[in-house]
Design a protein around this ligand. Structure first.
Ligand SMILES: [Zn+2]
Length: 85
């Protein structure tokens, strides 16, 4: 059984949720009747949420630099080892 939420604007047929056309008269669906519109809306909202999260994270790092730890690279270890010998 398929989900039929929208009615066709031309013939009033109960259209399936998936697909770009009416299953009865083959007329094109309206934009808000297509699943792709909702998928895109969710993706845009998710991208906006991730963007806000990233911006918030970088703001915290700028506001609290004392939490940053000194990074020790392989070069530092080799340099210290050579100085000792
Ligand atoms: Zn139709």
């Amino acid at each position: 059984m398929s989900i039929r939420v929208f009615h066709c604007k031309s013939c009033g047929h109960h259209m399936r949720l998936f697909g770009g056309r009416c299953g009865y008269c083959r007329d094109r669906k309206l934009l808000h009747q297509r699943v792709i519109s909702y998928v895109l809306a969710v993706l845009i909202m998710a991208a906006a949420g991730i963007y806000v999260w990233v911006v918030t994270q970088s703001d915290n790092q700028i506001a609290a630099p004392e939490h940053q730890t000194e990074t020790v690279t392989l070069f530092d270890i080799v340099h210290e080892t050579l100085k000792l010998n």
